[in-house]
Design a protein around this ligand. Structure first.
Ligand code: HEC
Ligand code: HEC
Length: 497
């Protein structure tokens, strides 16, 4: 006979009741509680609803794909956007800290990619998947920011977008129409990612001026005009730009830096992967996820006061992020981003806001497709979902157990442990101050942690694990290779990605 739990009785008697405590129950009980949460938190399961999104088969995203894969956009001609954002690597690069220019095997992506001096990029490459779904900030520290932050608009709400080219608080009139195109103006200006250390005709004193010179030089290289007329030995880009923009104009008119990043942005914005088992479940299919994942979901969406794990206070809504910044004290294993006593620490959001509470704060990541976007944290300090989840539940214990000595010495700053302890102090300070959200210490059983991990795995769109399904976003021999400089990615075994 089916046992009637106290929870079911209460729900039957008192209508929807979820705020008291978490009832362990059979499947039907779990479904009832989850349906109540879905209604209460107004979830549709689909964060792409109501948005205008490009399709990868359209001409502009097609051009963007060719540019995304071309090493001609790097000052050293050995790095491309795809170097750190390959669709078969979850839209990232699968390594803790990215390696851009100067890799001995430029086309080798993922594990096994090396640099003679260790990784030069201070942070983990976030996925480009679903980048059309951000409405407030790009980057771990939010240095590209929508001034309007209107939901559903990806920054395209008429208020403008602030970028590192402009002072704090001012929109950048060159930023373009959405957050993704605004972001795409910057990787080519980063010395470690794409620019290299001695590129271009002049350096300029101001960062903004230097960035402008870099972009001017690149548009001439791709366009085959001006001082860079003959830099590419093969150059058929004009045909591709004419097709994509449906125009017969000449290279100087069509192949501008603004048009280059517009196309790249539309390619990225076409990478929408939201058809998850969780979406199916929210849509009404009770069997779309298993019981363990349902228990995990219940913990995920329930506050700690009510016996849950509190995850959805920050990983909120259908995109699983509040797009705000929080200090979690993830071990600081990177080479650092020009902060701290020796310039080898990464203080995160405070570098933008100068507010103390933002020290070591980073943007809440989306959790869609998180199963394939590891390693985790702003510097890829954790290799597995279980370990990053456990860090949230007790940062102090996680840091005490973190194998700092085993981190590749070419990766970590020698001060990693000290900086991590400073981050922990900041977290404790933020907890005490109250007012802004912090992770709380939460006691869960091993089984409950596993339930949460199982729930996180229901946020994977099967397409991102299926090479054939991803193939529209990966050029092959049937696609044009306008400069002969396409990055044909291989893994460490020499197999094509
Ligand atoms: C060497 C590796 C590397 C290369 C090359 C590279 N990126 Fe990135 N990308 C990163 C890293 C690392 C970050 C995070 C940096 C930060 O937050 O400070 C990032 C951030 C981003 C983001 C922000 C995602 C988010 O969730 O906020 C987008 C979009 C992106 N890159 C697109 C591009 C494009 C387009 C190109 C080529 C023009 C490119 N990247 C080249 C490593 C790379
Ligand atoms: C106080 C806000 C907050 C809460 C509560 C919270 N998170 Fe996070 N989460 C973050 C932030 C911020 C990061 C990124 C931190 C960093 O990179 O330094 C993150 C990172 C993650 C990541 C790594 C994602 C990636 O792409 O690197 C996972 C997985 C994750 N959280 C799951 C959870 C789960 C599960 C819970 C509940 C147990 C939870 N989070 C609770 C803010 C929060």
């Amino acid at each position: 006979m089916k046992k009637i739990s106290l929870g079911m009785l209460l729900i039957a008697v008192g209508g929807v009741l979820i705020s008291g405590c978490l009832f362990q129950g059979d499947g039907a009980n779990l479904d009832t509680q989850l349906r109540a949460i879905i209604t209460e938190q107004n979830l549709s399961g689909d964060p792409s609803l109501g948005r205008e999104l490009p399709n990868i088969e359209e001409p502009l995203p097609q051009l963007g794909m060719l540019l995304f894969y071309s090493k001609a956009l790097s000052g050293t001609q050995d790095s491309a956007c795809v170097t750190c954002h390959h669709p078969a690597l979850g839209g990232g690069d699968g390594i803790p800290l990215s390696i851009g220019v100067g890799a001995p095997s430029p086309d080798l992506l993922g594990l096994g990619r090396t640099h003679p001096d260790g990784p030069q990029v201070p942070r983990n490459a976030p996925t480009t998947f679903n980048s059309a779904l951000w409405d407030q900030f790009m980057f771990h520290d939010g240095r590209v920011e929508s001034m309007g932050k209107t939901s559903g608009m990806n920054g395209n709400d008429g208020y403008g977008i602030r970028t590192p080219d402009r002072p704090w608080g001012y929109p950048d009139i060159l930023a373009g129409d959405n957050l993704v195109v605004a972001q795409a103006r910057f990787p080519v200006t980063s010395e470690e990612e794409m620019r290299g250390f001695d590129f271009g005709t002049g350096h300029g004193n101001m960062l903004e001026e230097r960035n402008r010179l870099t972009r001017d030089t690149l548009e001439q290289i791709v366009g085959g005009y001006g001082a860079e007329k003959d830099t590419l030995t093969t150059n058929h880009w004009l045909e591709e730009f004419q097709k994509a923009f449906n125009s017969a104009a000449d290279a100087e008119t069509l192949i501008t830096f603004d048009n280059i990043v517009l196309a790249i942005g539309e390619y990225e914005r076409s990478q929408v992967f939201v058809n998850t088992p969780w979406k199916d479940y929210v849509g009404g299919n009770q069997d779309a996820i298993n019981e363990s994942a349902k228990r995990g979901a219940l913990l995920f969406f329930t506050s700690s006061a009510a016996g849950g794990a509190d995850c959805a206070t920050c990983h909120s809504g259908d995109f699983f992020t509040n797009e705000k910044f929080h200090t979690l004290a993830i071990p600081q294993i990177g080479p650092g981003k020009e902060s701290g006593t020796y310039g080898d620490d990464d203080w995160g959001r405070i570098l933008e806001t100068r507010k103390d509470k933002d020290k070591y704060a980073f943007r809440t990541p989306t959790l869609l497709n998180v199963e394939v976007t590891g390693p985790y944290g702003h510097d890829g300090a954790y290799a597995t979902l279980e370990s990053i989840v456990r860090h949230h539940l007790n940062p102090q214990a996680a840091i005490a157990n973190y194998p700092f000595d085993q981190v590749d010495p070419s990766i970590r700053t020698i001060n990693a442990k000290e900086y991590t302890n400073q981050a922990l102090e900041q977290l404790l300070k933020n907890r005490q101050a109250g007012g802004n959200l912090t992770v709380k210490d939460i006691n869960l059983s091993d089984e409950q942690v596993q339930d949460i991990v199982n729930f996180l795995q229901t946020l994977t769109d099967p397409c991102v694990k299926d090479r054939a399904c991803l193939s529209p976003w990966i050029p092959d021999e049937n696609d044009p290779n306008p400069d002969g400089m396409r990055l044909n990615a291989i893994n460490q075994n020499g197999e094509g990605l």
